[in-house]
Every structure is written in structure tokens, then in C-alpha cells.
Write a protein of this length. Structure first.
Length: 476
């Protein structure tokens, strides 16, 4: 069978309107380009193909193309077809008081970013991931391309059970692991489960992530903050009301503390006495620098603790892969809440399973741990030399640390850094629960994982310049 417009063309959605076909088609194409739906460089269908798709004469399409070429909206070259023309961007107005903006910086895309919560995605192991993907695709059973088990691919659940037992001391059974599309998805499922059980309150840490509190609120639950001190979240006086408590015991976010062993025991005792659940967020446990990684709380009480882990910090948030290790009864309930099909891409799950079992995941984590430790050491040393009055805490693990600032200076530091093209994040706006009884602190939650290696020194220099400026860190 010969090639036809159906095999040679490209799809283009247009709705010509107006007094005539040619004018209507010309106006529709022009608006698609002007509005950004057809970006510069986009190749348009041939006149024959588009005419056949729209059911109009080929000459009508050719004439419309010619009009837009003459106006400069399109270009037409022999052998290259008709494409959307590249146009010079409209000049932006100068910055405040006529000053040009910092190079590479916009309101949403600063030149440098030291906000917490992200790894260095430029270091994603593309070559190793591609090799794992090829092996996974080659060996994938045909049924992997169906709708799948709502718990996720058994290959990944099996690989995770072995890895988590070895690396985190988790007592995991593949049958009790559920794969989800990121930590937020997992927490949302747990919130829905708790609400379905009739729960109305979840205890949380006084300092944490506002997005997690909102997810629980969206599920119909109230969040009640627990006290926090130098030993971490105080779990000794957990009330009877909450049906669950959400903790980051291995590396508290954002304060950086390790939950004291007495308080680990206290929260397990509370769960056993009340039937409550402990939701353990083990978000960056792979990156510990002062000792061997602290074992997961779940290892102490697998029937009371829901263990939540994610590939977002160890690999990349864009993978949207996380996992929950659940107590037996809870596993069945969460699977029912999740629905009848898998919600994560099967090929990505199979690739991660291959990445783990081949040893590539361990190699990547070890290399990342060394790189992040070097960055942390350079950051601490630079601050000690150039801004010695700034107290640095929470440095034992993870991808962030806390910089304690003089009272009343948090907002001023953030504004001064932003003027230099550096994005920073304060402690109070996002990370202190609105009902917390713990006194507010002026501090920066500083992430050293985000910048690519080539941007690290520039970000560090601006930070130290701002923090050593008396006009910025002086008390208001």
C-alpha cells in the first residue's frame, strides 16, 4: 500500500471560522501562533495533508500558508516544509529604578537556588538508568503492559523489600508494600483511610512541611502539633485523641534533629496502647554523614508503623515513585482506597527494580552522599570564616541545614539574597505549624542539594556576602 496523507501528515487541531475558508483558516493559524499553541520551529502539516484533514481544497491551505509567510508568522523552505517562524522576544521593561535584573534571574527562576527539598537533578544517573530501562524492557512480561496490581509491580516491591531490610532495618514483605506516585500521594491515601475509619485528628510535628498538613486537612482531618525541643519532637505526652502521628524520626524536617531514643520508644508505646498508627516519613535517610544510618522506627514496631520512603531525594522528584510498607491489615485497606489499578508507570517501576537489584542504586547513593557531604563541609567552613555569628545546626544528615539568624532579620536576609539572584527560604512562613506552642525562630532552611556543581560556588559566595553584611543581619 502506497504512502498517503494519513501516513505522511502530522496532526494539527484547527477550527477555521469567519466569512470565508481562506480567511478563517488564516486567522486560526495566526491565532495559534500568536497565542503560543504553535511554538517557533513547529513544522506544520503539508498543504495536501491539512486539506485532507479539514476537507477543503489544497489551494485554500496553500494560499493561507502563503499569506502567513508574507506576514512573517511562518517560513517556507525547500526540503524543510512550512514552519512557525522564530521571532525576537518582546523586550522586557527594566527593573526597579531602571536597574537591569540579575543575569539568568526572573521572579520564578532565580540564578541560584538554596531552598530545601530538592536534590541535584543534574546529577541524575542517566546512562545507568538507560541501561536499567533497556534491561527491564527486554525482560518485561507482556502482562506488565496491562492495568496491573494496585499495589504496584511485584518486581519493584520485591527489590524494595530486600533493599529496605538491608539498608534501613525495615521489616518488609512485598505483599505489604504499596507503590505510590510520590510521598504526597501516599500521605493522601493514608489520610483518606484514616477518615474512612472515623478518625478526625492526626498529631504532627510543630515544624514540618505545610503541604503535608494541607493534604491531611483536605482528607477531612485536623492536625495537632506536638511540642519540640533540643531532643526533637516530644512524643511523651501524646494525647489519646489522634488516630495517627506523622514524624520524621531519622532526620527531622526542617530542624535536622534525630528523634531521641526515649521518644522513639514513647511513640511506639503510645501506638500499642491506643491502636494509633505512626506514619514514619523517611524522606532522606540515605544521606547521613556523622555515623551509620539510624535504623527506621518501623523496625521496632512493624505492626504499628507505616513506613514511607521515596526516590525523590535519592534520585529525582520527577520519577514520581514512592512506597509504603504497611501493617498487614492496613495494607489491605490502603489497597482498597487506592483503587483497582496501579497508579504508577509500570516501565518506571520495572526500571527502578532493575536499578536497585543491579547495584546501581547503591553506587549512585554512595556517590551522591560523598558529593553532598563535600558541599555541606564547604558551606559550614565558609560560614565559619565569613559569617561566624550565624549558628549552623542540623548538619548530621540530609540535604539541608538550619541557619539561626538574629531575631527580626529573617525577611531582610531573604530580600537581600533575592536582590542578588539567590532564592532562600525562611523557617516560619512554611515550616512552623500555625498552632505550634514552640516559640518562633528566625532561621533559614538552607538546601545544599539543589544547585548543579557548576553553580555551587556562586550560590555560596552570594549567601556569605549577604550573611556577613551588617546592614542585613543587624537587628531590626
Amino acid at each position: 500500500m502506497g504512502r498517503t496523507w494519513a501516513t505522511l501528515g502530522v496532526d494539527l487541531h484547527l477550527e477555521p471560522a469567519g466569512p470565508g475558508l481562506r480567511r478563517g483558516l488564516t486567522d486560526a493559524l495566526r491565532e495559534a501562533v500568536r497565542g503560543g499553541r504553535l511554538v517557533p520551529g513547529t513544522r506544520l502539516p503539508s498543504s495536501r495533508s491539512l486539506a485532507a484533514d479539514l476537507g477543503i481544497a489544497r489551494n485554500t491551505v496553500a494560499d493561507a500558508y502563503a499569506d502567513l509567510v508574507a506576514e512573517g508568522w511562518l517560513t517556507a523552505r525547500q526540503g524543510s516544509g512550512t514552519r512557525v517562524a522564530t521571532r525576537e522576544p518582546t523586550p522586557s521593561p527594566p527593573g526597579r529604578h531602571g536597574a537591569p535584573p540579575v543575569t539568568g534571574t526572573t521572579a520564578h527562576h532565580p540564578a541560584y537556588d538554596l531552598r530545601a527539598g530538592h536534590p541535584d537533578v543534574s546529577a541524575f544517573p542517566r546512562a545507568e538508568w538507560l541501561r536499567a530501562a533497556r534491561r527491564a524492557l527486554t525482560t518485561a512480561p507482556s502482562e506488565a503492559f496491562g492495568y496491573g496490581d494496585p499495589r504496584g509491580r511485584v518486581e519493584l516491591r520485591t527489590a524494595l523489600a530486600a533493599y529496605l531490610a538491608r539498608a534501613r532495618g525495615v521489616r518488609a514483605d512485598p505483599e505489604r508494600i504499596v507503590i505510590c506516585a510520590g510521598f504526597a500521594h501516599g500521605l493522601s491515601l493514608l489520610g483518606r483511610l484514616l477518615r474512612a475509619r472515623g478518625a478526625d485528628t492526626v498529631a504532627v510535628e510543630s515544624y514540618g512541611l505545610d503541604e503535608h498538613w494541607r493534604l491531611l486537612t483536605t482528607a477531612g482531618l485536623r492536625t495537632r502539633p506536638l511540642p519540640f525541643d533540643r531532643l526533637g519532637t516530644d512524643t511523651r505526652e501524646l494525647p489519646h485523641g489522634p488516630a495517627a502521628v506523622l514524624l520524621t524520626p531519622a532526620h527531622q524536617f526542617p530542624m535536622g534533629a534525630l528523634l531521641h531514643h526515649d521518644r522513639r520508644a514513647a511513640v511506639v508505646d503510645w501506638a500499642r496502647r491506643t491502636g494509633g498508627l505512626v506514619l514514619e516519613d523517611d524522606y532522606d535517610s540515605e544521606f547521613r554523614y556523622d555515623r551509620r544510618p539510624v535504623g527506621a522506627l518501623q523496625g521496632l514496631a512493624p505492626d504499628e508503623v507505616v513506613y514511607l520512603g521515596t526516590a525523590s531525594k535519592s534520585l529525582a522528584p520527577g520519577l514520581r515513585l514512592a512506597w509504603m510498607v504497611l501493617p498487614p491489615g492496613v495494607a489491605r485497606e490502603v489497597t482498597a482506597v487506592k483503587g483497582g489499578v496501579d497508579s504508577c508507570g509500570a516501565l518506571d517501576q520495572l526500571t527502578l527494580a532493575e536499578f536497585i537489584t543491579s547495584g546501581a542504586y547503591d553506587r549512585h547513593v554512595r556517590a551522591s552522599r560523598s558529593r553532598y557531604r563535600r558541599r555541606r563541609d564547604a558551606l559550614v567552613a565558609a560560614l565559619a570564616e565569613r559569617a561566624p555569628e550565624i549558628r549552623v545546626t542540623g548538619i548530621a544528615a540530609g540535604l539541608h541545614l538550619l541557619l539561626r539568624l538574629p531575631p527580626g532579620t529573617e525577611r531582610r536576609v531573604i530580600r537581600a539574597a533575592a536582590a542578588q539572584g539567590l532564592a532562600l527560604e525562611g523557617l516560619t512562613p512554611r515550616h512552623r505549624h500555625p498552632d505550634a506552642v514552640t516559640a518562633p525562630l528566625d532561621a533559614l532552611v538552607l538546601g545544599y542539594g539543589t544547585p548543579a556543581d557548576h553553580a555551587w560556588s556562586g550560590a555560596l559566595d552570594i549567601l556569605c556576602t549577604v550573611l556577613s553584611d551588617p546592614a542585613v543581619i543587624g537587628v531590626e
